[in-house]
Design a protein around this ligand. Structure first.
Ligand SMILES: NC(=O)c1ccc[n+]([C@@H]2O[C@H](COP(=O)([O-])OP(=O)(O)OC[C@H]3O[C@@H](n4cnc5c(N)ncnc54)[C@H](O)[C@@H]3O)[C@@H](O)[C@H]2O)c1
Ligand SMILES: [Fe+2]
Length: 382
């Protein structure tokens, strides 16, 4: 056995912990802080608890709130320029995966030693970076515990920067920040987190026992709390379990990478601006069904976590799991077919062609996905 496990150095789980953010930044040596977020998070008032302590501790703060979902290159460049002009010496990513991913790259690129165009792919970003603190406000991407940042590079393609230097110094999990997350965002981001755990556990490359433990516990927490978090958004226990589950999912998949579901989801997000979690959810059951022949024993293991007491052969248990996951999005009020998000038969060839560019993800699929398979899977999801 040989594997290399990376994780966030310090993970602080504390309800209301955002009020201590300035102190956390000070402990990282911050004297001038850039907070990276998006307009939705800002207008939801989520920074209100955090800001007073910066005043008390006399730490100047600038808020960059122009992050867009599925951040394009231009937003990252703009945020880097703001950080440089402001001479920030600490970056806080505060929001969903989009805000955290931008913050990670700002911490790295604002030092002016590396260029975004040179660091796509695995291990090309060498650091150093500014001190970096990440505060998730969705329970989904787990970006606070991953070494990746996802950038939309064109209208058809997303690319990842993967490097241990993108792991933050501190992740703060404050479930109170997620209490007002709208039901449809809760559902979609929650399914994204479940997909991270499922794909990490079944990845063809780099599967390892530490990631397996994390993926299983992530899936237990997520599947036991997702319905409650969607239907009773103010249930702090469900919210906290979701946040922890998403973080564990991130820890798992950053060490045992995601695969076909994400490879097919990315073109849907890039071309049709469908939110990341929903894109994943739309292709989840077809991709898992495609994998059944080779992955049924692993799916059966996961089935016992999501639906304890499943009966029958491993293939039968795995099939029941896939059938259940195929109904989950609908139960949670999300669209279940590509046609419901504006995708038609005429788009499928293009999507399949785009998906083939995701070689970094496709190589992890338990069963090889060729272009005609991708097209058939999109067609099944239509
Ligand atoms: N780095 C990684 O490891 C990783 C992993 C998976 C996905 N991603 C990327 O993350 C991005 C998706 O992130 P996401 O799903 O968290 O969504 P997001 O960050 O794009 O946010 C979605 C929406 O939810 C709103 N929002 C966020 N928190 C809120 C709250 N508490 N209350 C009210 N509204 C809130 C935001 O304003 C935004 O409009 C994509 O770009 C995806 O590619 C990154
Ligand atoms: Fe994801």
């Amino acid at each position: 056995m040989q594997f290399d496990f990376h994780s966030t150095r310090s993970i602080l789980v504390q309800r209301g912990g955002s009020a201590q953010l300035a102190k956390i930044a000070q402990e990282q040596g911050a004297t001038k802080v850039l907070i990276v977020t998006d307009p939705g998070v800002l207008s939801a008032g989520l920074l209100e608890k955090a800001l007073p302590q910066f005043k008390e501790l006399h730490i100047p703060v600038h808020i960059f709130s122009d992050v867009q979902a599925d951040p394009p290159v231009a937003v990252i460049e703009q945020a880097v320029q703001v950080a440089q002009e402001y001479q920030a010496d600490c970056v806080i990513g505060f929001g969903g995966g989009s805000s955290m991913d931008v913050a990670k790259l700002v911490a790295l690129l604002s030092l002016g030693k590396e260029k975004l165009a040179d660091i796509y792919g695995i291990g090309n970003a060498k650091g150093p970076r500014l001190p970096l603190i990440l505060v998730p406000t969705t329970a989904g991407t787990g970006s606070e515990a991953t070494k990746s940042s996802v950038v939309t590079v064109s209208e058809s393609e997303k690319k990842g920067v993967l490097s241990p230097h993108l792991l933050p110094d501190v992740a703060l999990l404050d479930a109170e920040l997620t209490l007002g997350l709208p039901a449809h965002v809760t559902a979609a981001t929650g399914i994204d987190a479940m997909v991270h755990a499922i794909e990490a556990f079944t990845t063809k490359h780099l599967k390892n026992p530490m990631a397996d433990c994390l993926a299983k516990e992530a899936l237990r927490l997520l599947s036991n709390n997702l319905h409650r978090a969607v239907t009773s958004g103010d249930d702090i226990v469900a919210r906290e379990n979701m946040l922890l589950g998403a973080c564990l999912g991130g820890m798992a998949f950053t060490n045992a990478p995601v695969a076909g579901v994400h490879a097919l989801a990315y073109p849907i997000g890039a071309r049709f601006h469908v939110p990341h979690g929903l894109s994943n959810s739309l292709v989840l059951a077809p991709v898992m069904r495609f994998n059944l022949d080779v992955a049924h024993a692993m799916y059966a293991d996961l089935g016992q976590i999501i639906k304890p007491g499943l009966q029958g052969s491993t293939m039968e248990q795995a099939t029941q799991l896939v059938d259940y996951l195929g109904t989950l999005a609908g139960e949670l009020g999300l669209p279940t077919q590509l046609s419901q998000v504006g995708i038609a038969e005429k788009d499928i060839d293009q999507l399949a062609q785009d998906a083939m560019l995701q070689t970094r993800l496709l190589m992890n699929s338990p069963r090889e996905i060729k272009r005609q398979d991708a097209a058939a899977l999109y067609r099944e999801a239509l």
